[in-house]
Design a protein around this ligand. Sequence first.
Ligand code: CTP
Length: 405
Amino acid sequence: MPNPSLHILLGISGGIAAYKSLSLIRLLQKNGAEVKVVATPHALEFVTELSLQTLSKNPVYVNPFAILENVEVEHIALADWADAMIVAPATANLIGKFANGIADDALSTLFLALQKPVFIAPAMNKNMLHHPAVQANLQTLAQRGCHILASDSGYLACGTTGDGRMQEPEQICSTVISSLSATSELNGMHALVTAGPTYEPIDPVRFIGNFSSGLMGFQLAEELASRGAAVTLVTGPTHYNTQNPNIQRVDVQTAAQMLEACQQVFPQCDIAVMAAAVADYTPQQVAPEKIKKTDAQLSLALKKTTDILATLGKQKSEKQCVVGFALETEHELENAQTKLKNKNADIIVLNSLKNEGAGFKCSTNLVTIIDKNGRISTGTLKDKKEVAADIVSYVIEYMNFTNIG
Ligand code: CTP
C-alpha cells in the first residue's frame, strides 16, 4: 500500500551489492516513500553520487562535517526527518562500527543519532560473514533492536557461492514497507502457524515428502506478526527465512515432530493456523541402513500419522480460534465443510488445485474461506502475501463476531 508520508534513509556502504541499491531507491519510491541517501566514501567507488542523487531526487550525504555548508546539524536533522533507515549493503566494517559505537563518517554518525527502526542487509564474502567477530556484531545489533535482513545464499562477487549475498531489493523493500505499516490489532495475542511439507524417513537416505514450498505459511506468520501477534512458526523443511523479529521459528522434519512442537505451544495460543502439508502416512518402520536394490518388487508398509489440526481442534477452548486448510481436487466445498466439522475447526481455507495459479508451487493462490457460522467467502487469484492478509483479516473479523480472544 503506497505510503506517501514515509521517509526512508538509505545507508550505502562500500560493497559490490551497492549497485542494487539503485533499484531499491526506485522500489521504495514506487511504494510511496521519499528516500534520502547517506553513503560512505567507499560506496561511491561502486556507484556514483550523481546516480544516487538523480534517482533519489535529493542530495547525497557523505560528509559528516556538512555543518560547514548547512546551517542545521545535518545528521541530527536527518535523524529527525526519517521514519526508518535501511542499510544496504552493510559491509563487515560498517557492521563492526555500528556494533561498537564508532562514528567516523556520515553513516556511522547518523546511526548513533537515530532512534528509529533500522534494517541492516549484510553483504560480504561467506567466510567474512561466518567470522565469529562479524556474527557477534550482528548478534549485538539484533539484541539492540536492529532488524537484520538475513543474507541469501548464491553466487558471490568473489567468484564463490555461499551465504553473504545481499537480499534482493524487492525482498528488502517488501519487508521494510510491511514492517513499517504494521498495525496493533493482534497486540498481546499469541499465534501458532504450521508451514511447509513434512519428510517421513524410509531409511537413512530416503523420505516420503510432498511439493509444499512453505510460502503460504511463512506469509501468514509474517502477516500475523505485522499485526502485533507473537508468532510461533513450526515449519517442515523449506528454504524460506522469517523476517519479523516477533516470529519464533521451530524447525521440524516429520509429522510426529510437528505434532509435538504444536502441542507444546498450543495451550498458550489464541490463534492456530495449520497451513502445513502434513504427511497422512509414514513408514511403519524406518530401515536402520540404506535399503539395497534387488530384482524383487518393493512394498512399503505405511501407518497413519496423527492429524494435528484435529488434535488441536479437540483440545481447543472457547477462547481459541483454530484455522485449517483443505487441499481438494474434487467436491471441494463439500469436502472442506466435512473437514471443518470433523476436525472441529473454526475456519477452513479451501485451496482448489483445479484453479490455475493456485496451490503448492505457485506464488499466487485463490482461496475460499468457510467458517463455523456458515459464512462462505471466495477470493480472487492474488499474490500469496495478499491472500495471507485476507485470511488474517477474516480471522480477526470472525473472532470479533464470535467474541473469541
Ligand atoms: N493436517 C494436519 N495433520 C495431518 C494432516 C493434515 O494438521 N496429519 C491439517 C493440514 O495442515 C490442513 C488440514 O489438516 O490444515 C487439511 O489437510 P488436507 O491435506 O487437505 O486434508 P487431510 O485431512 O489430510 O485429508 P485428505 O488428504 O484425505 O483430503
